[in-house]
Design a protein around this ligand. Sequence first.
Ligand code: GRG
Length: 293
Amino acid sequence: MDLKTYLSTRAAEVDAALDAFLPKAKERPPTIHAAMRYSVFAGGKRLRPVLCLAAAEACGGEIPNALAPACAVELMHTYSLVHDDLPAMDDDDLRRGRPTCHKVYGEGMAVLCGDALLTEAFIVLAQTTPSPRYGTRNYVSELAETGGSRKLIGGQVMDLEGEGENLTKRGLIRIHEAKTAALLTTSLRLGAMTANATPAKLAALTCFGHALGLAFQVIDDILDVTQSTDILGKTAGKDAAVEKSTYPSILGLDASRKEAAKLTKAAMDALTPLGTKAARLREIASHLLKREY
Ligand code: GRG
C-alpha cells in the first residue's frame, strides 16, 4: 500500500471507531454531544491515531487492538485544540477549516466540550484489551501523565507565560517537548503497548516521538509564516501577531528548515532497533517533513 492510501485507510478506520465510541449527537443533552462531534469530525489529519496504529504494526501488533488508544489520543488532542482556541487562551476563530467550537456553541459549551472530550478519552482508553506486559493501569497512566500539569498543561502554562517574551531556543524546545512531542510520543507508545512491545522497543519509539514531535512543531511554525489561512484551515501568521517566540522568529526560516531536517534524521535513526518493520514510521516521518499543511 502506498503512503497516501495507507494514511487515508487508517484515518477512515479511526473515524469509524470514533463514530462508534462517541455518544450519538442526539443523546441527551444533545448540545454537548453535537459540539463534541463537531470538533472531532472537523477534518483533522489524524496524525496521532495513525502513529499509534503504525507503531502497533511496527511492533508486530494488530490494528483492531490499537483502535481504542488511537481514538483516545485523538480525543485528547481535540480537547486541547478546543481549549487552546478559547478567548482566554489563543483566541482563534478558525480550526480545521471551520469556525472554532466556541464560535458555534459559545464559550461555556466549548469549555464543557473540551472537558467531555478529555474524559471520553479515558472512557475509550479503558476499553483497550490488555497485552501480556501492559494492563489497563499502564495505558491509563501513560495518557494521564501526558495530559497532566507536567506535560501538555505544563507546556501550555509555559506557552501562555512566554507570550510577548523573547524565549531562547532551549526555552522553546522545553514548551514543545511538553506539548507536541509528548502527545506524539504517547500515541506511539500506546500503540506499541497493545503489541506487547519490549521495553527496548518502547524506548526506541520514545526517542523517535521526541525528535518527530519537535520536527513537526518546527514545520508547523514554518507553515504559520509561509502558508495561507485557506490551506492551513487555521489563522496563518498568528504567532507573529501575538509576538509568540517560534523557530523562525528565533532561528530564521532557513535555519528552521535545516533544524526540521536534522530532527527528522534523528527520528529515523532512533528507529534502528525496530528494523525493517518500522518502514512505515520512517515513511511518515519523511512525509511530515515535506507537508504543506
Ligand atoms: C490543555 C488547553 C491545553 C492545551 C494543551 C497541545 C496543546 C497544549 C494545545 C494545542 C494547541 C496547539 C497549537 C498545539 C501545538 C501542536 C499542534 C501543532 C497542533 C496541531 O496539530 P495538527 O496539525 O492538527 O495535527 P489537526 O487539526 O490536523 O489534528
